[in-house]
Design a protein around this ligand. Structure first.
Ligand code: FE2
Ligand code: FE2
Length: 229
């Protein structure tokens, strides 16, 4: 049984509106400034990735029938998932070659660095949104078989984490980078590759197919809005 965040409503909750929302917006501004320090011509822009992932997560929740409250709570909880990246040296992200294991592990420390930013800032605050945001920040690079960043297996990964990790990986594969060479990065090409090459070892396939259904419906309709792609 999946457990979704329905025990608060981000849009009407005072702490969410007065504390967490301004924090997230200011963190996204900081991430944008960080992106601007990166070499020109790079295409995987972190603050734009955050928006696209959050939007796709919200739309998937709605299309799964989880309701607007869960969809909106998820939207805001996913938005800051990569804020820890700005705590790492800016030059590590834009290299021509595919990152080796050591570099990949170093980059992945953005998960703990992000969670540290939240914990330091909101030490005295207890709130289910904070727990959800930290859960996604820490665990969005875990895999169902335990082969991810911190080695957590599927049974320890919450439904929000499972969904966020699928959609955030999809977005990463949709943005061409030099080591991708001539890989098919169209929406259907990326979904097919995730399904065939990664599959249930990496993703919760029920959630994956819910997301894929929403994306494939977009693709058929010829939806080309880049922000939502
Ligand atoms: Fe990440
Ligand atoms: Fe991400």
């Amino acid at each position: 049984m999946y457990k979704w965040p329905d025990n608060f409503d981000f849009e009407t909750d005072e702490i969410c509106q007065d504390v967490f929302k301004p924090f997230i917006l200011s963190e996204l501004d900081k991430l944008e400034l960080y992106d601007r320090q990166r070499p020109s011509g790079h295409t995987y822009i972190f603050h734009e990735h955050a928006q696209r992932v959050a939007t796709n997560v919200r739309r998937t929740c709605v299309s799964m029938g989880l309701g607007d409250t869960v969809a909106q709570n998820m939207y805001w909880a996913v938005m800051p998932h990569d804020i820890g990246k700005r705590r790492l040296p800016v030059e590590i992200w834009d290299q021509e070659e595919k990152p080796d294991g050591e570099m990949k592990a170093y980059r992945r420390t953005h998960t703990q660095l992000g969670a540290m930013i939240v914990r330091d800032r909101f030490e005295g605050i207890k709130h289910p949104f904070k727990d959800l945001m930290v859960d996604i920040m820490l665990h969005h690079h875990e895999n169902m078989d335990g082969s991810g960043t911190h080695g957590l297996k599927g049974e320890l990964l919450s439904a929000p984490v499972r969904l966020a990790s699928i959609i955030e990986a999809y977005d990463g594969y949709r943005i061409w980078r030099p080591h991708f060479a001539d890989r098919d990065i169209t929406p259907s090409g990326v979904l097919e590759r995730m399904r065939e090459e990664k599959g249930e070892q990496i993703y919760d396939m029920a959630l994956f197919e819910a997301f894929a259904k929403m994306k494939e419906a977009d693709y058929k309709k010829g939806r080309i809005l880049q922000r939502n792609a």
